[in-house]
Write a protein that binds this ligand. Structure first.
Ligand code: PLP
Length: 402
């Protein structure tokens, strides 16, 4: 770790300790191994670490995944790619979408792989005549970024791909988390039709949810993000993934209120009995969805306490009447997310999107890493994992650059 400045030291005396957001890096690694086992040894598992590692910390997550044997990382933009490079993360890095044509020099000098998303980018490679490693994104049903079948066919006829073959052709499923959705079959068929024109490039269609759709969706590579972070968006039962995050909030105050009192903004909750309520130091500024008010519970040891009333910016209120007093005094932490209640559970209860919750929590809470020392054992690439701990200086934790 870098030496602390005076300001950092001062701030560390007053840590933001009302909320503890823990990220279990061993669980991230375990999920990488679980997915690797599902797709088998002939399918590459690339990790998607965009949006600051889904809010969990780009560098910490990338380092844990590389130590677990991951050799290809996808980031959202060039900025994240350069952060990985400046942290000497030893993996290939592909950039989902950034101005490749204008910023090509940065890609070249940092050995970054652009995902080519439109004709302009592909034609710029072709016009330059220079060799360029790139992935080609093709549109099969998401109507987002990517070349259409007609775009690809035209350039196939021009001979573009003979002169500048993509190393990977990819597309993205719109409904991968709904196993029986006909969109999946449609997109797979379209993907095959396009990628037949682009052999011998490697092919990649599935993100996390697509992993569970079966072999015919795996092609040569899967690109997994949310599953690595413990999200089971396809609802596979029993859940094969390990939970990665744990969120706890401190009780600031406990108060007794009479029957019939209103709780919170809008008086959306009224006590139906004399109640003991716990005021928690957590709110939507920490990334907990505002829509959780009146919808979820927190836990004290084995006891559950429902959140009552609307969530405030920095407070939430739990009805602790049924929790033994000894378990929920001021200073005690209530668990909001953990093994018993996951991000998926919260997202379902509040009718919000799990990735949305995760990225907001990561941005809104101070992150704390658990198990940053990697387990002994063989990585996927056959390299022993490095035994590290978070306090080791950076240089000794780095994995050799490719
Ligand atoms: C975000 C993203 C992924 C990863 O999606 P998950 O569902 O989180 O695994 C894969 N491919 C593309 C193109 C993406 O944008």
């Amino acid at each position: 770790m870098t030496p602390q400045t005076r300001e950092q030291k001062m701030l560390s005396l007053a840590p933001r300790a009302n909320v503890v957001f823990e990220i279990n890096l061993n669980a991230v690694q375990a999920n990488f191994q679980i997915i690797s086992a599902v797709v088998g040894p002939y399918v590459r598992v690339a990790a998607v670490v965009k949006s600051d590692g889904y809010g969990l910390g780009l560098i910490e997550i990338a380092r844990a995944l590389v130590a677990a044997g991951c050799d290809l990382l996808f980031v959202g933009d060039l900025h994240e790619a350069l952060l990985l490079r400046s942290s000497k993360i030893g993996a290939a890095v592909a950039v989902f979408c950034d101005e490749f044509t204008r910023l090509r020099q940065y890609y070249r000098s940092n050995r970054l792989i652009p995902v080519v998303n439109n004709c302009g980018e592909l034609d710029a490679i072709s016009a330059s005549g220079e060799a360029q490693t790139y992935f080609l994104n093709v549109e099969t049903g998401l109507s987002r970024v990517g070349l259409t079948f007609d775009d690809v066919r035209r350039r196939y006829l021009w001979g573009t791909f003979n002169r500048h073959p993509p190393s990977v052709v990819l597309s993205h499923l719109a409904c991968g988390d709904r196993v029986a959705d006909a969109m999946n079959v449609l997109q797979r068929n379209r993907f095959r039709a396009i990628s037949d024109l682009l052999k011998p490039a490697r092919h990649s269609l599935a993100a996390s949810a697509g992993v569970w759709l079966g072999k015919s969706y795996h092609f040569d590579m899967v690109r997994v993000g949310s599953a690595l972070y413990g999200l089971n968006n396809a609802g596979i039962q029993p859940n094969p993934l390990q939970p990665v995050v744990r969120l706890r909030a401190k009780i600031l105050e406990v108060r007794n209120v009479r029957k019939g009192e209103a709780v919170g903004y809008g008086a959306t909750f009224r006590t139906v009995r004399a109640s003991r309520i716990a005021i928690l130091g957590i709110g939507y500024k920490h990334g907990v969805p505002w829509a959780c008010g009146n919808k979820i519970s927190v836990r004290f040891a084995g006891y559950s306490a429902p959140l009552i009333g609307r969530m405030s910016m920095e407070y939430a209120v739990a009805d602790a009447t049924d929790v033994p007093e000894a378990l929920c005094g001021p200073g005690v932490f209530a668990e909001m997310l953990g093994e018993n209640f996951t991000v998926n559970d919260l997202a379902a209860a509040a009718d919000v999107y799990p990735q949305d919750v995760l990225t907001r929590l990561g941005a809104g809470c101070t992150r704390r890493y658990l198990n940053a020392s990697y387990p002994a054992g063989e990585s996927r690439a056959g390299q022993p994992m490095q035994a590290t701990d978070p306090t080791t200086p950076r240089s000794s934790r780095e994995v050799a650059s490719e």
